[in-house]
Design a protein around this ligand. Structure first.
Ligand code: ADP
Length: 479
């Protein structure tokens, strides 16, 4: 059996298909998934365009009910779908279930938002004229998503897109079609009319390229790498489309002398190598002041060594596998680069052979790192965390800000003065105090600055900016 694409309300086969392999056990085939070609991507865009006029005028109640249905089913099936997620992507089961739960909560949130699409009435500066500002759907939206959060990211793009009255074509990552398919299966039974939501699985270059280039896609929301993001952005903006992008991160976590050591270690390790380091918000640069640096490095190394790497579905595993062999090569390359640059691999970094054949790697703490080193400047996306020494708070802040990427940042300190100063002067889009830089809420804005992001923020009510277009109306009542 092949899992099909969903175009104009029909499950549609494709000439090509891809094999979805469990990274924890390469003998376990999760399923075979249809790979759409360019024609099918265009059919999906056409279906979304045809469905737009009716959907943009639907009652908010219908949208709210459909989104609530989707959220309810995701929450009810969190254990089953969480297991599928862990099999497909390799994150441990508690995280897989947590991610499905998050996706359900996101749909529930936007079910309510569909009922709150408000505008504003403003007094005109001219006598007798009324001004009102409305927020209308932007139109057909393309969604291109990555493999590392295979249901949460499709959820936090799809739910607001539909709530605000847009029609959708979703192109999930090649490595994780199962979660996108499972979400689509639920959407297909939610009462949403044909053509409003379409799924086209397949090649980034072909199917994603088609969504980026098509003049019939009004807005495109992308999450993925900086390099691909640039290609997508150029294609979308060159044709006058609207783009929103979340890309890489190299988040700093500053640890000051007065920090609670135990909490700082938990943040430093829990926010980096856990989840196999496959989060764009990971705190991969730990910047410690001299009074705590040595103790922190030692405690992080001890904590990291104790982490158990294993099959994502085994209860004893703290860390699952790397997602695929290509990502493993990247991780290994950066470990080698770190060594050559003169940093010290305190623990881990090596590939592991376990009972199941999978892409296992021991998480690594890298000491004696500096901000000029390549492995510290470039995003790795693997279980590798680097520790840098700063002279004092100001130096630590300067190092934290010295990056092209500025998604999230954090500081561990008991000092209110430094915490407040860091919140003001950090250049990142999200700032954490005494918390890991990874781990965010779903009802507040999500996004970064500099090369990490482009366009308006995702999630919460902030999503309205991207998924709607404002219209300012002036009325002069004549009678
Ligand atoms: P990663 O390296 O983590 O796979 P990418 O940025 O390459 O991250 O992929 C993120 C998403 O972008 C995936 O859905 C992928 O298929 C898609 N993609 C890859 N290349 C292109 C492209 N040239 N145009 C549009 N989408 C693409």
């Amino acid at each position: 059996m092949t899992f099909k694409n969903f175009i104009d309300g029909q499950w549609t086969d494709a000439a090509g298909q891809s094999e979805n392999v469990n990274p924890s056990d390469l003998t376990d085939i999760v399923g075979h998934y249809a790979s759409a070609d360019v024609q099918q991507a265009e059919d999906a865009i056409q279906a979304a365009r045809a469905a737009l006029p009716a959907w943009r005028d639907t009652s908010p109640q219908l949208r709210a009910d459909a989104l609530d249905f989707i959220g309810t089913e995701l929450l009810a099936r969190r254990a089953e779908l969480g297991k599928l997620l862990s099999r497909e992507e390799g994150k441990i089961l508690t995280e897989g279930i947590g991610e499905v739960t998050r996706a359900g909560q996101v749909f529930k949130f936007y079910a309510q938002e569909a009922l709150r699409i408000a505008g504003s009435h403003i007094r005109s500066v001219r006598p007798g004229i009324h001004v009102d500002v409305r927020h209308e759907p932007v139109g057909v939206v393309g969604l291109i998503t990555p493999w590392n959060f295979p249901i949460a990211i499709p959820a936090w793009k799809t739910a607001p897109a539909l709530a605000y009255g847009n029609t959708v074509v979703l192109k999930p990552a090649e490595l994780t079609p199962a979660m996108a398919w499972a979400l689509t299966d639920i959407i297909s039974r939610s009462g949403i009319p044909s053509g409003v939501f379409n799924l086209v699985m397949g090649s980034g270059r072909k199917v994603g390229g088609c969504l980026s280039a098509s003049p019939h896609v009004d807005a495109l929301s992308f999450t993925g790498s900086v390099a691909t993001g640039r290609i997508v952005r150029e294609a979308v903006t060159a044709r006058g489309g609207r783009a929103q992008q979340e890309m890489g991160g190299k988040s700093p976590l500053v640890v000051l002398d007065d920090a609670d050591l135990e909490n700082a270690v938990s943040c430093a390790i829990g926010g980096s190598v856990v989840s196999t380091g496959q989060r764009c918000t990971s705190n991969t640069r730990i910047i410690a002041t001299p009074g705590i640096h040595d103790q922190l490095l030692e405690a992080m190394t001890t904590r990291c060594r104790a982490l158990r790497v294993g099959h994502a579905l085994e209860e004893t595993s703290d860390l699952g596998p790397v997602v695929d062999s290509r990502q493993m090569e990247v991780n290994q390359k950066y470990i080698e680069i770190a060594r050559q640059e003169g940093a010290e691999i305190m623990c881990g970094g090596e590939q592991l052979e376990l009972a199941h054949e999978g892409h296992y790697m021991a998480p690594a703490v890298v000491g004696r790192a500096s901000n000029s080193m390549r492995h510290v400047r470039e995003e790795i996306f693997g279980p590798v965390v680097s520790v840098l020494k700063a002279e004092d708070y100001d130096h630590a802040l300067a190092l934290a800000n010295d990056s092209d990427l500025a998604l999230s940042s954090g500081i561990c300190t008991k000092s209110l003065r430094y915490a407040e100063d860091f919140k003001s002067r950090s250049e990142a889009g999200m700032v954490m105090v005494n918390l890991p830089t990874a781990g965010v809420d779903y009802h507040v804005p999500f996004g970064g600055r500099k090369s990490s992001s482009f366009g308006s923020r995702e999630q919460g009510t902030a999503a309205r900016e991207f998924f709607t277009s404002s219209k300012t109306c002036y009325t002069l009542p004549l009678s």
